[in-house]
Design a binder for this molecule. Structure first.
Ligand code: TYD
Length: 206
Protein backbone atom coordinates (compact mmCIF):
# COMPACT_ATOMS: atom_id res chain seq x y z
CA UNK A 1 0.00 0.00 0.00
CA UNK A 2 1.42 3.40 -0.86
CA UNK A 3 1.73 5.69 2.14
CA UNK A 4 -0.60 8.68 2.45
CA UNK A 5 1.29 11.31 0.46
CA UNK A 6 -0.40 14.73 0.40
CA UNK A 7 -1.80 15.61 -3.02
CA UNK A 8 -0.61 18.64 -5.01
CA UNK A 9 1.92 21.29 -4.21
CA UNK A 10 2.11 22.79 -0.73
CA UNK A 11 1.17 26.39 -0.01
CA UNK A 12 3.91 28.91 0.66
CA UNK A 13 2.79 31.28 3.41
CA UNK A 14 4.97 34.26 4.32
CA UNK A 15 4.89 36.50 7.39
CA UNK A 16 6.21 40.02 7.26
CA UNK A 17 6.33 42.98 9.60
CA UNK A 18 8.75 45.31 11.32
CA UNK A 19 10.81 44.04 14.26
CA UNK A 20 8.53 43.63 17.28
CA UNK A 21 5.40 43.15 15.15
CA UNK A 22 4.78 39.70 16.57
CA UNK A 23 5.18 37.81 13.33
CA UNK A 24 7.38 35.07 14.81
CA UNK A 25 4.72 34.33 17.45
CA UNK A 26 2.00 34.40 14.82
CA UNK A 27 3.93 32.12 12.43
CA UNK A 28 4.23 29.56 15.21
CA UNK A 29 0.55 29.87 16.19
CA UNK A 30 -0.57 29.45 12.59
CA UNK A 31 1.70 26.42 12.17
CA UNK A 32 0.21 24.85 15.34
CA UNK A 33 -3.31 25.60 14.14
CA UNK A 34 -2.79 24.12 10.67
CA UNK A 35 -1.14 21.03 12.16
CA UNK A 36 -4.18 20.63 14.43
CA UNK A 37 -6.26 20.70 11.23
CA UNK A 38 -4.29 17.73 9.91
CA UNK A 39 -1.99 19.67 7.57
CA UNK A 40 1.70 18.94 7.31
CA UNK A 41 3.69 22.12 7.95
CA UNK A 42 7.32 23.12 7.69
CA UNK A 43 8.02 26.30 9.68
CA UNK A 44 11.12 28.23 8.71
CA UNK A 45 12.58 31.74 8.62
CA UNK A 46 14.88 34.13 6.82
CA UNK A 47 17.68 34.70 7.44
CA UNK A 48 17.68 30.90 7.38
CA UNK A 49 19.42 28.58 9.80
CA UNK A 50 21.65 27.38 6.99
CA UNK A 51 25.26 28.25 6.13
CA UNK A 52 24.70 31.76 4.71
CA UNK A 53 21.89 32.57 7.13
CA UNK A 54 24.20 31.90 10.07
CA UNK A 55 26.81 34.25 8.62
CA UNK A 56 24.12 36.92 8.20
CA UNK A 57 23.30 36.69 11.91
CA UNK A 58 26.94 37.46 12.69
CA UNK A 59 26.39 40.80 10.94
CA UNK A 60 22.95 41.49 12.40
CA UNK A 61 24.32 40.89 15.88
CA UNK A 62 27.23 43.21 15.13
CA UNK A 63 29.99 40.61 15.47
CA UNK A 64 31.00 41.35 11.86
CA UNK A 65 30.77 44.58 9.92
CA UNK A 66 30.29 44.57 6.15
CA UNK A 67 28.98 47.17 3.66
CA UNK A 68 25.18 47.25 3.23
CA UNK A 69 25.44 46.10 -0.40
CA UNK A 70 27.31 43.00 0.76
CA UNK A 71 24.63 42.29 3.37
CA UNK A 72 21.90 42.62 0.73
CA UNK A 73 23.86 40.18 -1.44
CA UNK A 74 24.16 37.73 1.43
CA UNK A 75 20.39 37.76 1.93
CA UNK A 76 19.95 37.03 -1.76
CA UNK A 77 22.44 34.16 -1.56
CA UNK A 78 20.71 32.80 1.54
CA UNK A 79 17.38 32.96 -0.29
CA UNK A 80 18.69 30.93 -3.25
CA UNK A 81 20.10 28.31 -0.93
CA UNK A 82 17.00 28.24 1.26
CA UNK A 83 14.73 27.77 -1.78
CA UNK A 84 16.83 25.47 -3.97
CA UNK A 85 19.25 23.75 -1.61
CA UNK A 86 18.99 20.31 -0.09
CA UNK A 87 15.98 20.16 2.25
CA UNK A 88 15.10 23.63 1.04
CA UNK A 89 11.66 25.19 0.70
CA UNK A 90 10.92 23.77 -2.75
CA UNK A 91 11.66 20.25 -1.59
CA UNK A 92 8.88 20.58 1.02
CA UNK A 93 6.39 22.24 -1.33
CA UNK A 94 7.00 19.57 -3.94
CA UNK A 95 6.09 16.92 -1.40
CA UNK A 96 2.78 18.69 -0.77
CA UNK A 97 3.93 20.10 2.57
CA UNK A 98 2.90 23.68 3.37
CA UNK A 99 5.77 26.00 4.25
CA UNK A 100 5.40 28.97 6.59
CA UNK A 101 8.31 31.40 6.34
CA UNK A 102 8.99 34.14 8.89
CA UNK A 103 10.22 36.90 6.50
CA UNK A 104 10.95 36.59 2.77
CA UNK A 105 12.04 38.95 -0.01
CA UNK A 106 9.68 41.72 1.17
CA UNK A 107 12.04 42.14 4.13
CA UNK A 108 14.92 42.78 1.76
CA UNK A 109 12.98 45.53 0.01
CA UNK A 110 11.97 47.10 3.31
CA UNK A 111 15.28 46.81 5.17
CA UNK A 112 17.88 47.22 2.42
CA UNK A 113 15.78 50.05 1.06
CA UNK A 114 17.25 51.99 4.01
CA UNK A 115 20.66 51.99 2.36
CA UNK A 116 19.97 51.70 -1.36
CA UNK A 117 17.34 52.20 -4.02
CA UNK A 118 14.46 49.79 -3.35
CA UNK A 119 14.04 49.30 -7.09
CA UNK A 120 17.61 47.97 -7.25
CA UNK A 121 16.84 45.45 -4.51
CA UNK A 122 13.66 44.42 -6.35
CA UNK A 123 15.63 44.07 -9.60
CA UNK A 124 18.22 41.68 -8.18
CA UNK A 125 15.33 39.45 -7.08
CA UNK A 126 13.90 38.92 -10.60
CA UNK A 127 15.02 35.30 -10.75
CA UNK A 128 13.70 34.62 -7.24
CA UNK A 129 10.26 35.81 -8.42
CA UNK A 130 10.27 33.09 -11.08
CA UNK A 131 11.47 30.50 -8.61
CA UNK A 132 9.03 31.10 -5.80
CA UNK A 133 6.34 33.69 -5.12
CA UNK A 134 4.40 33.43 -1.85
CA UNK A 135 0.86 32.08 -2.18
CA UNK A 136 -0.10 34.47 0.60
CA UNK A 137 1.80 37.12 2.54
CA UNK A 138 0.56 38.28 5.94
CA UNK A 139 1.81 41.74 6.79
CA UNK A 140 1.40 42.31 10.52
CA UNK A 141 1.22 46.02 10.80
CA UNK A 142 1.70 48.14 13.89
CA UNK A 143 3.08 51.53 14.70
CA UNK A 144 6.87 51.66 15.12
CA UNK A 145 6.53 53.32 18.57
CA UNK A 146 4.48 50.34 19.80
CA UNK A 147 6.95 47.91 18.26
CA UNK A 148 9.83 49.63 20.07
CA UNK A 149 7.96 49.35 23.39
CA UNK A 150 7.55 45.62 22.86
CA UNK A 151 11.19 45.14 21.89
CA UNK A 152 12.32 47.04 25.01
CA UNK A 153 10.19 44.75 27.18
CA UNK A 154 11.64 41.55 25.80
CA UNK A 155 15.34 42.46 25.87
CA UNK A 156 17.82 45.24 26.17
CA UNK A 157 19.79 43.90 23.22
CA UNK A 158 18.89 45.78 20.06
CA UNK A 159 19.82 44.51 16.64
CA UNK A 160 20.83 46.73 13.76
CA UNK A 161 17.35 47.93 12.85
CA UNK A 162 15.55 48.37 16.15
CA UNK A 163 15.24 52.16 16.37
CA UNK A 164 11.96 53.97 15.95
CA UNK A 165 13.03 56.23 13.09
CA UNK A 166 14.44 53.27 11.20
CA UNK A 167 11.34 51.18 11.79
CA UNK A 168 9.21 54.05 10.49
CA UNK A 169 11.14 54.07 7.20
CA UNK A 170 11.15 50.27 7.04
CA UNK A 171 7.35 50.26 7.41
CA UNK A 172 7.03 52.84 4.62
CA UNK A 173 9.35 50.76 2.44
CA UNK A 174 7.14 47.71 2.96
CA UNK A 175 4.07 49.66 1.90
CA UNK A 176 5.90 51.05 -1.13
CA UNK A 177 7.12 47.59 -2.15
CA UNK A 178 3.65 46.03 -1.82
CA UNK A 179 2.30 48.67 -4.22
CA UNK A 180 4.76 47.52 -6.88
CA UNK A 181 3.18 44.05 -7.01
CA UNK A 182 -0.46 44.03 -8.14
CA UNK A 183 -1.18 40.33 -7.88
CA UNK A 184 0.92 39.38 -4.86
CA UNK A 185 -1.93 38.43 -2.48
CA UNK A 186 -0.91 40.45 0.56
CA UNK A 187 -3.15 40.49 3.61
CA UNK A 188 -2.62 43.29 6.09
CA UNK A 189 -3.37 42.35 9.71
CA UNK A 190 -3.70 44.78 12.60
CA UNK A 191 -0.81 43.88 14.91
CA UNK A 192 -1.91 46.19 17.74
CA UNK A 193 -4.53 43.70 18.87
CA UNK A 194 -3.86 41.04 21.53
CA UNK A 195 -2.01 37.94 20.29
CA UNK A 196 -5.10 35.74 20.20
CA UNK A 197 -7.14 38.30 18.27
CA UNK A 198 -4.39 38.63 15.68
CA UNK A 199 -4.32 34.85 15.37
CA UNK A 200 -8.11 34.70 14.87
CA UNK A 201 -7.92 37.47 12.24
CA UNK A 202 -5.27 35.51 10.40
CA UNK A 203 -7.29 32.32 10.36
CA UNK A 204 -10.39 34.19 9.24
CA UNK A 205 -8.52 35.62 6.27
CA UNK A 206 -6.94 32.32 5.18
P1 TYD B 1 15.56 38.24 13.54
O1 TYD B 1 15.89 38.65 14.89
O2 TYD B 1 15.96 36.90 13.09
O3 TYD B 1 14.01 38.28 13.26
P2 TYD B 1 12.84 39.13 13.84
O4 TYD B 1 13.34 40.44 14.34
O5 TYD B 1 11.99 39.23 12.65
O6 TYD B 1 12.21 38.28 14.91
O7 TYD B 1 16.14 39.35 12.59
C1 TYD B 1 15.96 39.39 11.29
C2 TYD B 1 16.49 40.74 10.90
O8 TYD B 1 17.00 40.68 9.56
C3 TYD B 1 15.45 41.81 10.93
O9 TYD B 1 15.93 42.95 11.60
C4 TYD B 1 15.24 42.16 9.47
C5 TYD B 1 16.51 41.76 8.82
N1 TYD B 1 16.37 41.32 7.42
C6 TYD B 1 16.94 42.06 6.40
O10 TYD B 1 17.57 43.09 6.63
N2 TYD B 1 16.82 41.62 5.12
C7 TYD B 1 16.14 40.50 4.78
O11 TYD B 1 16.05 40.13 3.59
C8 TYD B 1 15.56 39.75 5.84
C9 TYD B 1 14.82 38.47 5.55
C10 TYD B 1 15.70 40.19 7.15
Amino acid sequence: MPSAVPQGRGQFIVFEGIDGSGKSTQSQLLADYLISQGREIHLTRQPSDRFVGKAIREVLEKRQVIPPQALAGMFLADRYDHILGQDGILSYLDKGIDVICDRYFWSSFAYHGLDMDIQFVIDIHQEIFSLLMPDITFFIDLLPADAIRRIAQRSDQRDLFEKESLLTTIRQNYLFAFEQFDDANITQINGNNPVDQVHQDLIASL
